[in-house]
Design a protein around this ligand. Sequence first.
Ligand code: FAD
Length: 380
Amino acid sequence: MNAHDTGERSYDVVIVGAGAAGLNAALLLGRARRKVAVLDAGEPRNAPDGHMHGFLSRDGLPPAELLELGRAEIARYGVRLIGGRAENISHESTTEGAGHAFAPAAEDGGPAAEDGGLAFTVRLAGGQVLGARRILVATGLRDELPDLPGVRERWGKDVLHCPYCHGYEVRDQPLAVLGTHPGAVHQALLLRQWSDDVLFVRHTLDLTPEDRNRLECHGLRVIDGTIDRLAVEDGRLRGIELTDGRTLPRAAAFLFPRMVPQDELLTGLGCAKDDGGWVVTDRTGRTSVPGVWAAGNVIDPRAQVVTAAGMGSAAAFAINGDLTEEDVQRSVKRRRPGRPDSAGPNSARPNSARPNSARPDSARSEAAHQNEARPEGVGR
Ligand SMILES: Cc1cc2nc3c(=O)[nH]c(=O)nc-3n(C[C@H](O)[C@H](O)[C@H](O)COP(=O)(O)OP(=O)(O)OC[C@H]3O[C@@H](n4cnc5c(N)ncnc54)[C@H](O)[C@@H]3O)c2cc1C
């Protein structure tokens, strides 16, 4: 995975997580000629699934192939991809003259923070340390599955959770919804869209009379029984075995996992959370901590692959705009009296190797757009 590892240590943006969200952000930022590193632990959420659905033009593609294509695309724009886990991110606001530990000197045209800019230090599990002016966390979420024999073995194959991802593939077949989480009721009601034969196996879930009524009126059968195990034969699900000895023959089972955001890096930085325990952001993914963005499942459990990619794209726009604004402010500050040409294009340039990087006009309109989009209480 270190295919594009150049050994650099200082970046405009470090992205943690190379799933759809992180890779799409990297693609845009690389194309914006930013210096970008992407860190990835290589455990995307949908890895157990053989086929990804619902992504325009990529419907049915194996998830690993999408990521492979994405990695090849970001390589074209010089983005550095590092295989490994980020353990910790710390931040500091630099003061004049006290640049980031990994900041190349400004006269070298380096991208790291200086003159009151933001600076972050990212530590990898292997001890490597990177510096960055901005951070994007796209680390996804973890599905915690009920501890029932057969569930983990068949997860992503014929034990499923998302009707929009897999419902069509099991249409018109005998299905079960396992009552292991309150979200299972809504999931079961949705599934009637794909099959007339859906059993709701109550298991440990306390169904309210209203829930039971809604399920039955919508054509589902409620089974009062506790699940012992899933019957798996010849590499496929055959049915649901109950503790009372009954077996319910089923072709596929749906369950609602407990979705846990992998947001330790964000909480470690002090990012605010909502009452449900999810990190809050504005529409661009900007968190409550200046310079820190988040995208994909780490902040939104509903995000499918295409949504996560879109969130990465939105974050990349905002991050590039934010960096450009910082570069412009620095250029203005540096303009010396009596030397009107001293704040010309060369001094505004964030990296001397990238002659077209600084575009003050578009940066201003981008910054204005972001300020409009930022809800109260979030962002700077
Ligand atoms: C079984 C299953 C099937 C699915 N099928 C579909 C489908 O058909 N269509 C669809 O649209 N969606 C599907 N989804 C949902 C899909 O998985 C998510 O929408 C998508 O993975 C979200 O992308 P992401 O970039 O936010 O996170 P992820 O794809 O999970 O990527 C996050 C990456 O960050 C890495 N990471 C985490 N922590 C660190 C760290 N500290 N340091 C470095 N790297 C780190 C992880 O290893 C991982 O590679 C499915 C989900 C499951 C569970």
